[in-house]
Design a protein around this ligand. Structure first.
Ligand code: PTJ
Length: 246
């Protein structure tokens, strides 16, 4: 990474920007990824660049849901790969999930580059290149997934997903965990478990909760999942953005 003094008031934000830029240079992040990051940053600024309590609760629910899953899959796009590759691998290890590269602007080169990038950061198996499965109801390129990955997953983590696909994955009956800083985005609105937080904070936070819940019984985990109210979590995030309070 670059040398930004950690004492800089906008340290995290500058680090994030640098990672996204480096991702574009490395061929893993799309140019649209730069725009997406800017949109996210605006919401993060309004949230006070912190994990609000409702997002922390959602991260705990996400961890419980991932621990209960038969076949959890974490979807990785060009922004996620650039921003938190190591943290994604740690989460996958903590909840025994598959990692699948799945792109909005799909190109074989970029998938390959992201798979390589994740391997450099310690991932063993990374799915996404087989593309022998489909998400019903969306156009061909965006529908491509691995049959033994996202297609057959019961719980999917889709950080920064686009609205159409988020909706289509929900229609397939999957439990969908969305990380998105915009509580009004369609992906957040259709998610089973929306986490309104920066992926740089949310992914390690889900991992920490998963480690904490490691010895919990299925009954305890189910109780955590059942008590969650997605609409209330979105409303809490919107209140935090509008008022500047939590
Ligand atoms: O690599 P690809 O081809 O799969 O493309 C990925 C992007 C993100 C470019 C693509 O999915 C896209 O265009 O997404 P959108 O429609 O711009 O939506 C991105 C959403 O993520 C917005 O609602 C942002 O607020 C949010 N967002 C951006 N950066 C972050 C974020 N949410 C959490 N953490 C972030 N760092």
């Amino acid at each position: 990474d670059i040398e930004i003094p950690e004492s800089h008031p906008r340290y995290q934000s500058l680090l994030t920007r640098h990672r996204i830029e480096a991702g574009v240079e490395k061929g893993i992040t799309s140019k649209q990824g730069l725009i997406a990051q800017g949109r996210g940053e605006a919401f993060d600024y309004l949230l006070g660049e912190q994990t609000i309590p409702s997002a922390d609760e959602a991260a705990r629910v996400a961890a419980a849901s991932l621990l209960l899953a038969d076949h959890p899959v974490i979807s990785v796009n060009g922004n996620v790969a650039a921003l938190c590759p190591k943290e994604i691998i740690e989460l996958a290890d903590a909840v025994d999930a598959d990692i699948e590269v799945n792109l909005f602007n799909r190109t074989e080169e970029r998938i390959q580059a992201i798979v390589e990038h994740l391997r450099e950061h310690g991932a063993d198996e990374v799915k996404g290149l087989t593309a022998d499965g489909r998400i019903p109801g969306i156009d061909h390129e965006r529908a491509k997934v691995d049959a033994d990955g996202i297609e057959s997953a019961d719980v999917v983590v889709v950080p920064l997903e686009d609205g159409d696909r988020a909706e289509a994955l929900g229609a397939m009956g999957k439990t969908e965990i969305v990380v998105d800083l915009n509580p009004m985005s369609r992906s957040a609105q259709v998610a089973t478990i929306p986490i309104v937080d920066n992926i740089m904070r949310a992914v390690p936070n889900i991992t920490a909760h998963a480690r904490d819940l490691k010895d919990a019984s299925r009954d305890e985990l189910e109780a955590i999942v059942d008590a969650f109210d997605a609409d209330e979590a979105l409303a809490a995030a919107e209140r935090a953005i509008r008022s500047g309070d939590e």
